[in-house]
Design a binder for this molecule. Structure first.
Ligand SMILES: [Zn+2]
Length: 484
């Protein structure tokens, strides 16, 4: 089965084939570190992580690069306005590099909490200034860029393919241009590769002057080239990156390196809506991972909620979808437990042909879904169908091995069936074991007051206690479960 991906440059699904057999080079536009990543950003990064995971499940070795934009991302797309990080630094009266370092650390922590794989490199824009200047010099030498008073602009009229990704052609941009345009630009759509501003706090000396800093777009062209080469396989981002950011990256890189260079497949995830509309500071709904945890939800539940829909489909975030994620995960955990029990011979049913066939069908449906441009909803449906079949017909030990293999594969691909629930691996296991021994003893002597107290203590530690005919079991759920 071939992995089909929707290429937003060619606007069609096409089979994915890396340049070098077996190895995928992938660039993900990363965060601008002037604030905490919000759930909309997280959806985009979780899409990148799911893509990487599925490529790995498909047998590819993935070299993943996710950049950190720590300079040059201005508040306004038209090369105007303050640097986002410097604006935050002024508000907090702190050093901009300190701001970006702090938010970079938080970003990495959030990614880890959400179960994202570590990229091979997290390059920082501020550490790639020479590579950016090299591209800028090359573009000037080839006649694609010009310098005016210490600023360097890319001349869009010289690059006929401009607009191929976003549909924003040079002619249309001309017609829609605002009246107030920086007069030093030859065309209103020309964009800055390098800017000079003595007031800018993060600045570098170059032949264009002592107070220079890069444009946001050139950063990604330079970091992708440095870490992945002149041609690489996949470039991802959110749909809000399509224009101007990615359109400009393509123009710069292809103007320098030629048609057919740079990214071979472009993939974009759809923007997240919140409560049916745009996320905004004014509405107070720019949630981050801490807000989600403060409401009693786990990073795992957030991950599930943000990846369970198709990455190109609309997703409306509400607290309700986290409740749904929780119920769905409880069902998947029950399935996992049922399969594990059957593997140990506990409650295993007689081998049943229909059951085994249901598992094979689920495996095929799961893979077909993921191979169809990461159709996670179909892949999850396959797991739930397997669950129904197993609950209905029971499961024998042999079939349980098959089911376990699919669950392991699903975890590798989606990162949500993790054994964060596996009580066995947790550091507080000795304490939990001791409490469970007391709990069992209290129940045996019908001391309900004590058993209830212990149950409450475990609940506070994030464990749910379940009493079954085979005995009582504490399962880690990561939070206090309502109603135990
Ligand atoms: Zn970028």
């Amino acid at each position: 089965m071939v992995f089909q991906v929707y290429d937003s440059l060619r606007k069609e699904k096409r089979p994915f084939e890396p340049l070098q057999p077996g190895v995928v080079r992938m660039y993900n536009c990363g965060p601008t570190v002037y604030g905490r990543a919000h759930i909309g950003n997280l959806r985009t990064f979780l899409f990148a992580d799911t893509l990487r995971r599925w490529l790995e499940c498909s047998g590819f070795e993935v070299r993943q690069v996710m950049n950190i934009t720590d300079v040059g991302h201005l508040l306004d797309d038209a090369d105007e306005g303050e640097d986002k990080i410097e604006a935050q630094a002024r508000r907090e009266k702190r050093d901009p590099f300190e701001i970006s370092r702090g938010f970079t650390r938080l970003f990495v922590e959030d990614m880890q909490a959400l179960g994202c794989r570590e990229p091979a490199v997290r390059p920082k824009a501020s550490e790639h200034i020479p590579e950016m200047l090299e591209i800028i010099e090359g573009l000037i030498a080839r006649g694609y860029a010009y310098e005016v008073n210490g600023d360097v602009y890319f001349e869009v009229a010289k690059f006929p393919r401009y607009g191929r990704l976003s549909g924003n052609t040079v002619a249309e941009l001309e017609a829609g241009a605002r009246i107030e345009v920086r007069e030093e630009k030859r065309h209103p759509a020309d964009f800055a590769l390098w800017k000079s501003d003595p007031k800018h706090l993060m600045k570098w000396s170059s032949r264009f002057g002592p107070d220079g800093f890069p444009g946001w777009h050139i950063e990604c062209s330079a970091m992708a080239r440095k870490h992945l080469g002149d041609v690489f396989d996949i470039h991802t981002g959110g749909e809000d990156n399509v224009f101007p950011h990615h359109e400009c990256e393509i123009a710069q890189s292809e103007a320098l390196l030629g048609d057919g260079s740079f990214a071979r497949y472009w993939m974009h995830s759809k923007f997240l809506q919140v409560d049916g509309g745009k996320m905004s500071k004014r509405l107070g709904n720019v949630w981050n991972l801490d807000d989600v945890k403060a409401r009693g939800f786990t990073p795992r539940e957030l991950r599930f909620a943000l990846i369970r829909g198709h990455y190109r489909g609309p997703l409306n975030f509400t607290w309700g979808i986290l409740e749904e994620a929780r119920s769905a995960l409880i069902k998947l955990d029950e399935l996992k437990q049922r399969v594990e029990d059957a593997l140990k011979g506990q409650g295993a049913a007689r081998e049943d042909r229909a059951g085994a066939e249901a598992i094979t069908a689920a495996r095929e449906k799961f893979d077909a879904g993921m191979n169809d441009d990461l159709n996670v909803p179909q892949a999850l449906a396959a797991l739930f169908e397997m669950r129904s079949a197993i609950l209905e017909a029971g499961i024998g030990q042999k079939a349980a091995r098959e089911a376990q293999a699919l669950l392991d594969r699903a975890h590798l691909a989606l990162g949500v069936l993790d054994s964060v629930l596996n009580t066995e691996d947790r550091a507080d296991k000795p304490r939990v074991d001791a409490l469970m021994a007391d709990y069992g003893a209290a129940r045996a002597r019908k001391d309900w007051a004590t058993s209830d107290r212990i149950r409450g203590e475990l609940k506070a530690m994030g464990y749910a206690v379940k009493d079954t005919p085979q005995g009582s079991r504490a399962t880690f759920t990561g939070r206090e479960l309502a109603g135990g």
